[in-house]
Design a protein around this ligand. Sequence first.
Ligand SMILES: Nc1ncnc2c1ncn2[C@@H]1O[C@H](COP(=O)(O)OP(=O)(O)OP(=O)(O)O)[C@@H](O)[C@H]1O
Ligand SMILES: [Mg+2]
Length: 522
Amino acid sequence: MSKPTQPAEGAPVIEANSVSKRFGSTQALLDVDVALAPGRCLGLVGRNGAGKSTLVSILCGLQSPDAGEVRFGGDAAPPLADVRAWRSRIATVFQHSMVVPQLTVAENIFLGDLPRRRDLVNWRAMRAQTRAILREWDFDVDPGVECETLTVEQRQIVEIAAALARGTRILLLDEPTAALERDAVRRLFDRVRALVSAGVAVLYISHHLEEVFEICHDVVVLRDGEVVLSAPTPGLTEDELVGAMVGDVAPPVAAGGRARATGRRAPDGAQASERLVVSEIFAESARGSLFGASLVVRAGERVGLTGLLGAGVATLGRVIVGAHDYQSGTIEFDGRPLAPGRPDAALAAGIGYIPEDRWLEGFVGHLGCAENMTMSIASRLAGRLGLLMPSTRTRAARPLADQLSLVSRGLAQPVQELSGGNQQKVTVARAIASKPKLIVAITPTRGVDVASKELLLAALAELTGDTGASLLLASDEFGDLQICDRVIVLVRGQVFTEFTEPPYDDEALIAATEGLAAVGSQ
Ligand SMILES: Nc1ncnc2c1ncn2[C@@H]1O[C@H](COP(=O)(O)OP(=O)(O)OP(=O)(O)O)[C@@H](O)[C@H]1O
Ligand SMILES: [Mg+2]
């Protein structure tokens, strides 16, 4: 495989010069200058829709800018059609995994560039080279297994290894930790540090500002498509960074104020009726099985649910909303049994669902924002003849879009055109539009910027405050759990302990998720 020549020490290996990009009436990027140097990690931050992923797609040759240019080590970039030339220079780990699930690790690593002997693919050489790359970087993955059996972390490793195998010295990581658990994040950081000290240039996008401070030497802030700050990270504070992201206006806070549990009187445990009663659920799942999980959510209560990746947190949420079947146990909602594995029954009973994987379950990409947001209430909105005018949908969707500060060109814009975080807001809006009696939210703030996170949590909290709806909030972001009246910790598919007094202490929560003595739990 060709190895691009190493540029002079410190000189940028890639630059975007005065890059602009427009989609219809959306100015996604305006006059953006960014440069990556070998052996340095540059953080790229900004609110949802600020233009981060658009910049990544231009830097890696997926789209051309309307104006401005990309240069590699001072040379003009190859034409967009020369995919091979781009792939040998720069590699990207996208917000959504790009590995081909049906192919093996080795095949994915050499995809598009299989080693050949005469005209035949040299499978043996491919496996040997894969093993060598994985060993060199201390990556723990089996070259022969199909990628669909891999965890998110392992798929990322495959994507990074594929880049290294091509001799790429520039790596773009677009929200790589969004779907990783705590320990996997640590390991990713170790890998990134090793790459950077070996002279690779890294661009790192994240909504977790503490990560940016931890591994990025420099940071660039995009706001509405423009660079508003570019500086070394050590001299910056988190407040300065957030200030640059949101601009002069104060970070928006929803009408109901900050959605913290502190100060709110939790519904009286003994008095409030039991809305959801989950008993002894056994369910198999590659993402974490359940071995006799039980819990109760009362009317008006906000219950948090957390645990390590394989602990079964998402599985339990999915079982309750009927998105995943189970082998034994019972679920009752308002005193009536819920049919297992029937999402329609759960929805009809009054359960709203914010899924973990918004691409699979959260929205229909080619349909508009309003259409997606009002999907669960379409029959309610329709007139007597069953006709539903687009304007009716828009009127119903508008307040939710405003409440969550959705950034779109209009409510008719297809959701697939929105930025990652704004797609998540559409998913949340869809779930709350029907004013459900219980919302089951699985990692609802994933990929959502710091200021929008507050809005989103406030919207969920408001629902429970005003209408007496209940919330089951499954999240590994401890900050999110602070809005809950109680937090239940799952370990290996069972309830390990419960915390009942907010504010919850991060260290006690971490210890509990690891199955350690429940320090601080009540
Ligand atoms: N193909 C497209 N068609 C129309 N508009 C688009 C398209 N791609 C991006 N946009 C718009 O460009 C703007 C910037 O989007 P981008 O995905 O770059 O944001 P982002 O900073 O990555 O946000 P997030 O943090 O939510 O991932 C958004 O308003 C988005 O709706
Ligand atoms: Mg993005």
